[in-house]
Design a protein around this ligand. Structure first.
Ligand code: WT7
Length: 635
């Protein structure tokens, strides 16, 4: 029996038990048999959640790109590694073989090297979903530079904060990007961001939209001529197992984003192993994850996990609705996609269009359907199952986080019986548990609690860049000796988990993780605003939408409220990005507060969700009188 590829349910239990009873022997075997190492480890695992400090495969040496590219050259050199599907369906797709990927990554690595980028330097990547994005990520990994990919939908302020936080030396961007019917001026955003980023010495610019952009002399250079002149081989830097591979920012409950730092060996082993099993990838399959590489899903399951398995991975530049809502299905048919991985918000948007688009395409290649990013509601689950999978493709509802690096709770397709809205069982090696508010572990089933993980897994983030204390406070202080996820979950009678959502001040809107604090900070920048509170409310397509309660300096009808709403959303767009715009705005006389001055979000959440029959005890509030008027004026 190979522990690397699980094929039925009894095997899952056997392997799971092994992985829990003797994690060291288990992970050692996986690492030994399926990866190439320059030197193997001295110690498989050392850990202490009280510090917290976790090391996997310490003492080992490797380069992740040798595992994702070089070792496939002999048997899979002419196999397609990446299929690039452009935004515009009339532009031909690009098939990049493993050999070509090797050459392009090496050339890019030489460019980085020539620009003075060295092992350990931070490189910020702000690119649309074009091949240069995957290639630049891999080129950083090849030379040992730490990549920090920033989603190209973020604003210049958000980009600048992220560049400053990790003192990036270089930014890699494009003249612009195509997204549906829109073009996005990425270089202009970078120019704005770089006004306050003295550490950035060079900017490399890929050409995508052929627009006339400003090139700053001495700082900015077009990528193509540099790549054309560069040598086609590059000896991979030898990295230690625990050397940082990348930083990826995620929202937190205070204004500053958290730079989650992931390291090399454990991340590689876990993303590769989960990819193989969660998608049941077979040699000639074509796999497509619709996420953007700017999020962890793209890092782990467009680039590293698939390539470590020698897979063919699709990268799609555009959006589901352009030129029409049949675009995803057209791509599935065109590239004969076997595994399809997307977010519930996309499924809901597509479901709203009915099945007319689906019926035009041949989807018979599909074998496994994945869901990620937020809870999938029952209706969306069934629509996906009945119409996309035609009841023949298991749905893998995969729960995980930027912090976990890889998939944590998921069915294994063709093995685990699925249950709508349940992410089901822990993946191999993962030990989840539920905690109650008294800080005790809940041992029985059919209960609701706070989801924690009891034991380290190879791809967990090791720290928050530059702020280890915040890492400890956020994840390891709520419960002793546990990683706290920030999510609530229910466990049913057979031990299946259903993730119910965040229990902190993070709201997931269209699958994007948004902290309320940074949005409130942005709103409060508007000169007319005294203070604000942002909460989520249920939304058919986005899952959650944002509701802002805002107190103005001048009350009454003295301001044009419609204009003010638009202005506030513009401030949010400038500070964070359009993804954080408010769906509803209510101007209030004041916000309900506790005696210690904390805003009572619980009440605001109920008002925003129109669930006002029982607002709970408001008598202990500092200002109970504001509640009635907020409730009466709810929008
Ligand atoms: C948060 C993490 C992990 C990739 C994308 C999001 C929510 C994620 C599920 C799921 C219910 C889910 C959680 C989690 N989430 N997957 N299958 N069911 N909720 O990464 O931006 O770090 O967000 O997304 O609340 O904590 P992220």
């Amino acid at each position: 029996m190979s522990n690397y590829h699980i094929k039925h349910f009894e095997e899952y239990f056997q392997v799971y038990r092994k992985s829990i009873n003797d994690p060291i022997a288990f992970w050692e075997e996986i690492a030994e048999e399926h990866f190439s190492w320059r030197k193997t480890w001295d110690n498989v695992l050392s850990w202490d959640f009280s510090k917290p400090e976790v090391k996997w495969f310490d003492g080992a040496q490797l380069n992740i790109t040798e595992n994702c590219i070089d070792r496939h050259l002999r048997n899979r050199g002419d196999k397609t590694a990446i299929i690039f599907e452009p935004n515009d369906p009339s532009e031909p797709a690009e098939h990049i073989t493993y050999k070509q990927l090797h050459e392009r990554v090496c050339k890019f690595a030489n460019v980085l090297h020539d620009k003075g980028i060295k092992k350990g330097d931070r490189v910020c990547i702000y690119l649309p979903m074009i091949p240069e994005l995957a290639i630049s990520v891999l080129a950083c990994a090849r030379i040992g530079a730490i990549h920090s990919v920033v989603f190209a939908g973020f604003s210049s302020t958000a980009l600048s904060t992220r560049i400053q936080d990790c003192d990036a030396k270089m930014v890699i961007t494009a003249d612009g990007g195509f997204r549906g019917a829109k073009t996005i001026d990425l270089k202009g955003i970078v120019d704005d961001a770089l006004r306050d980023c003295p550490t950035v010495k060079s900017v490399l610019v890929a050409k995508r939209i052929n627009s006339n952009i400003h090139m700053e002399p001495g700082r900015d250079e077009w990528l193509k001529p540099l790549l054309d002149d560069s040598y086609k081989d590059y000896t991979a830097e030898v990295m230690d197992a625990e050397d940082p591979l990348f930083i990826l920012y995620t929202s937190g409950s205070t204004g500053k984003p958290k730079g989650m730092m992931h390291t090399t060996a454990g991340y590689m082993v876990y993303t590769a192993y989960t990819f193989k099993n969660v998608f049941q990838y077979r040699e000639d399959d074509v796999y497509w994850c619709t996420a953007d590489i700017g999020w962890i899903t793209g890092h782990s399951y467009i680039i590293y996990g698939p390539l470590a398995n020698g897979a063919t991975t699709v990268m799609y530049e555009g959006v589901p609705s352009h030129p029409n809502y049949g675009r995803f299905w057209e791509i599935v048919q065109k590239h004969k996609v076997n595994q399809f991985y997307t977010a519930p918000t996309a499924i809901r948007a597509l479901a709203k269009q009915g099945t007319e688009h689906l019926e035009k395409y041949d989807l018979s290649s599909l074998k496994v359907l994945g869901s990620v990013g937020e809870p999938i509601n029952e209706e969306a689950w069934h629509w996906y199952n009945d119409n996309v999978g035609r009841k023949k493709c298991p749905i893998v509802d995969t729960w995980w986080q930027t912090e976990t690096g890889g998939i944590m709770i998921t069915p294994i397709p063709f093995s685990t019986p699925t249950k709508p809205t349940y992410a089901t069982l822990p993946f191999i090696g993962i030990q989840p548990t539920l905690m109650n508010d008294e800080g005790e572990e809940i041992t029985d089933n059919q209960v609701n609690g706070k989801l924690c993980i009891k034991f380290p897994w190879p791809s967990m983030a090791r720290t928050i860049w530059g702020d280890h204390k915040r890492y400890k406070d956020t994840y390891f202080s709520a419960f002793e000796n546990m990683y706290f996820t920030g999510d609530g979950a229910i466990r049913d009678e057979v031990g299946y988990y259903r993730i119910t959502g965040r229990v902190d001040d993070v709201i997931i809107v269209s699958g994007h993780n948004l902290g309320t604090a940074p949005i409130e900070d942005a709103i409060n920048e508007h000169p007319a605003v005294v203070e604000s509170a942002v909460v989520g409310f249920p939304h058919d397509i986005k899952g959650n939408a944002l509701y802002g309660f805002i107190t103005l300096k001048e009350t009454g009808e003295t301001r044009d409220h419609e204009n003010l709403r638009n202005e506030i959303n513009m401030v949010i767009t400038e500070h964070i990005g359009a993804i954080a715009k408010l769906d509803k705005v209510q101007f209030t006389e004041g916000l309900p507060k506790t005696r210690s001055g904390k805003i009572m979000r619980r009440i605001l959440r109920k008002i925003a969700s129109k669930d006002t029959d029982n607002l709970g005890d408001i008598s202990t509030l500092l200002n109970p009188e504001v509640v009635a008027s907020i409730k009466d004026n709810a929008v």
